[in-house]
Design a protein around this ligand. Sequence first.
Ligand code: SIN
Length: 538
Amino acid sequence: MKTNTPVHRCQYLVLGSGLAGLYFALEVADRGTVTVLTKHRRESSNTRWAQGGISAVFADDDSLSKHLDDTLVVGAGLCDRDMVEHAVARGPGLVRRLADRYGVRFDRTSDAKDAPFELGREGGHTRRRVVHYRDMTGAEVERALIEAAQAHPNITMLEHHMVIDLLSWTKVDGTRGCFGAYVLDIERDQVEAHIAPLTVLATGGAGRVYRYTSNPPVATGDGVAMAYRIGASVSNLEFMQFHPTCLHHPGANTFLISEALRGEGGILRKKGGAELMKDRHPMGSLAPRDIVAREIDAELKRSGERCVWLDMTHLDGEFIVRRFPGIHARLTSLSIDMRREPIPVVPAAHYMCGGVVVDRYGRTEIPGLMAIGEVAMSGLHGACRLASNSLLEAVVLASGAAEVCDDFGRGPPDTVSPWNEGNAVDSDEAVMVSANWEEVRGLMWNFVGIVRSSKRLERARRRIELIREEILEYYWRFRITRDVLELRNISLVGHLIIECARRRRESRGLHYTLDHEATREHFAKNTVMDKYSGPRSR
Ligand code: SIN
């Protein structure tokens, strides 16, 4: 590794290239220079994998108050009502802006340019309100925003650049700020410093903390880990959402089978054909996902089967292929024809409802540091996220952040210490990194999954402490690589999830524990942690 530390400067430093990061970058780019860093390729983000769409009120039989109510019901008492009102009110305008200004091609009810959006339906929604592009909404959003960002002269996108740590300062009077990041340029094996008055975390989620996940390999919780390390508060990490229906197939375990299939009438069945959700919830197969995922988990444990089945065979085959071309093509490549046979499905980790604590404009408690998208905990989702409210939150926080950010950045210190790699040498023990990766993900899946217990959480706590000690020792002894940085981050995020879960001695939303199966009024508050004060509720 080269030993000097090049220093780069810009006005806005954006970490992550999903919907939140790109939308923010585009909205501020006329005001100053923007650098967007992404640790893999620019299109590698959770956004790109989003199939469903963006929830927003457009239907005649819908209203903002219905969207508000559905969000609050699914959020199980922990949503911030003001944030929910803010988000649902801004949704329709922002969806139109994505279409009109940035050229996102949402499906419409006819070929006319201004025809109404075609609306899908997903779990927990009492109305059709999911604006989508076939079953590839995220990929289409990414396509449009990447094209727009590439065309803007003020935006520089750097691929294969992974943040090591945020740069922060604290004065004796306690004031503090963030002024950029140390970054590993992976291809050149070079540590650089990127300095900016404003740093925006748009690093996405942490599904990769779990062995089975619908998330892409980049979703390793980097933003939560980095923000926590400089003293920002993180919250509600016990609420990891498990999507009920990921494909169960040896060749494609992480492939999502969108909830929109159940929105169009798909039915979950047990082996033998009985309806899984019959008499379990008034919305049947379209019940909120925490409830469906738990039913599947219980059924798998009861029956000893490895999956349940999603049945689309009673629906019009032509419609299925037109509405879900991406899923149909993927299944066909695995010799599954969903028009004729049920799809084998299992739950998998999908979405992090908690994150770095922000207000409704994406401001963290640390001046100069904003967090937008899945990395943030804005209060929109509470204890469980309503389907397709995630892309909504990403664009609401990104647009709000762009409005207020120029008053939130702090003049950065003008200099930064060179990166000090001490006596670190190249490692000849890569196996230690891969073994620890597997161990963290396995223990999170087995002990901190859909159904928890105090004993399982305690076991997970003890094991992850030992693993973290080993990883930290390795981090200081050997030269850093992307794998090591990610392992350091997933192990910290795993630890934070466990600590949040241990503190919630009740079951609520996505957190279900056999030792406290009831919901308790005393716990109707967020679990908040920071490195200095430890865990607390508020
Ligand atoms: C899906 O298409 O089922 C995922 C949508 C979401 O997670 O909001």
